[in-house]
Design a binder for this molecule. Structure first.
Ligand code: SF4
Length: 376
């Protein structure tokens, strides 16, 4: 199986912590949707397996006007016969979600909505530069919960001035709406963002490692009490509601990424589109591919697999690593593994040829030291 990722880079304003590629140039939306379909037409042959997931990410895909989203979804189905499609997700901000927009998404084949809530604390929302209010987050969650659609809600913890009690209070508010899936991220201060600049000037205090860990454990425990499985460092789901598309990134399943700043992985090679809508449109409209091929070494790719897989409950698979990277690199990895203290990882044989290596969940947030010992 494979995935299709479509980057919709438009945002109304820039959140203070965000380093994703986004642009307020909404006047190019029509050209952009045409370009996405054109890109799919000439790149669809890169992916050999049947596509089982579509993910409209951003940016803010939910702000695409109704007609353009319909044109996009109809165009995708005209170009690809999606016989095995099981999950179609759209990322949304609260101001775009109500019963009408949810019905419109469903009528276009979208069966999962991922909504950026981040916090219900107005002051914290303003500190991180979110455009929505706590009230609009609550109204959107009420609509999602009433509609019965599968949805995910994003929260951020480790916010400036947030205590672990406040982080859990945000979670409690969210749990009232019975989300099938929750993503809880530790705030990171990425260079180039407004939040990072304010940190550098001493205007904010970053949560210490101990505080971040306290929030992480408090949120994880509360979600476990509610029956969520913690299947990736930042992701929690009720059984059967794990995100299929995002899981494919951690599992190294091939995916085709379309649009400005989108990445693709065909099972061997990664391709990167430019993080510029101007460069992207120029290339696609002149009939050329926009991407550059990443010339990373097999060792680097193997290291990526180590890092991604060890942040999940499924863990690292020796059979998968052998198939993808060959027995020699796997032997080096196993030699590194043998040098770790006994309690750093758990190892289980799940069939004759496969070992699953897992870092205990309570150590995921502080697993960098283990990763450093394991990478090649
Ligand atoms: S809405 Fe999302 S993509 Fe847009 S600026 Fe905010 S965090 Fe970034």
């Amino acid at each position: 199986m494979a995935g299709l990722y479509i980057h919709i880079p438009f945002c109304r304003s820039k959140c203070a912590y965000c380093d994703f590629y986004s642009t307020p140039r909404t006047q190019t939306m029509e050209r952009y949707v045409d370009a996405l379909l054109r890109e799919l037409d000439f790149r669809k042959y890169e992916i050999k397996d049947a596509i089982s997931t579509i993910y409209l990410g951003g940016g803010t895909p939910s702000m695409l006007p109704a007609g353009l989203l319909e044109q996009l979804m109809t165009g995708l189905h005209r170009l690809i016969d999606f016989q095995k499609l099981s999950e179609v997700t759209i990322e949304a901000n609260p101001e775009d979600i109500d019963s009408k927009s949810i019905s419109r998404f469903v009528s276009l084949g979208i069966n999962r909505i991922s909504i950026g809530i981040q916090s219900f604390d107005s002051q914290l929302l303003s500190t991180i530069g979110r455009a929505h209010s706590a009230d609009s987050a609550i109204a959107a969650l009420e609509a999602l919960s009433a509609s019965g659609i599968n949805f995910n809600a994003d929260l951020i913890y480790g916010l400036p001035g947030q205590t672990s009690d406040k982080a859990v209070a945000d979670l409690e508010k969210l749990l009232r709406f019975n989300p099938p899936h929750v993503s809880a991220y530790l705030l990171s201060y990425e260079p180039g963002t407004r939040l990072h600049a304010r940190l550098q000037k001493g205007l904010l205090r970053e949560a210490s490692e101990a505080e971040a860990e306290q929030h992480y454990l408090a949120v994880s425990r509360r979600l476990a009490d509610e029956g969520f499985s913690h299947y990736e460092i930042s992701n929690f789901a009720h059984p059967g509601y794990e995100a299929i598309h995002n899981s494919s990134y951690w599992d190294f399943t091939p995916y085709l990424g379309l649009g400005a700043a989108a990445h693709s992985f065909d099972g061997k090679v990664r391709r990167f589109n430019p993080a510029s809508i101007v460069k992207y449109l120029k290339a696609i409209e002149s009939g050329t591919a926009a991407y550059i091929v990443d010339d990373e070494s097999v060792e680097n790719r193997f290291n990526d697999y180590i890092i991604c897989s060890l942040r999940t409950a499924k863990g690292f698979s020796t059979a998968k690593a052998r198939n993808m990277f060959g027995p020699e690199l796997l032997s080096q990895f196993m030699a590194n593994l043998a040098g770790l203290p006994g309690d750093a990882v758990q190892i289980a044989a799940d069939d004759h040829d496969n070992l699953r290596i897992v870092i205990p969940e309570s150590n995921w947030l502080t697993s960098d030291a283990v990763m450093r010992e394991l990478i090649l």
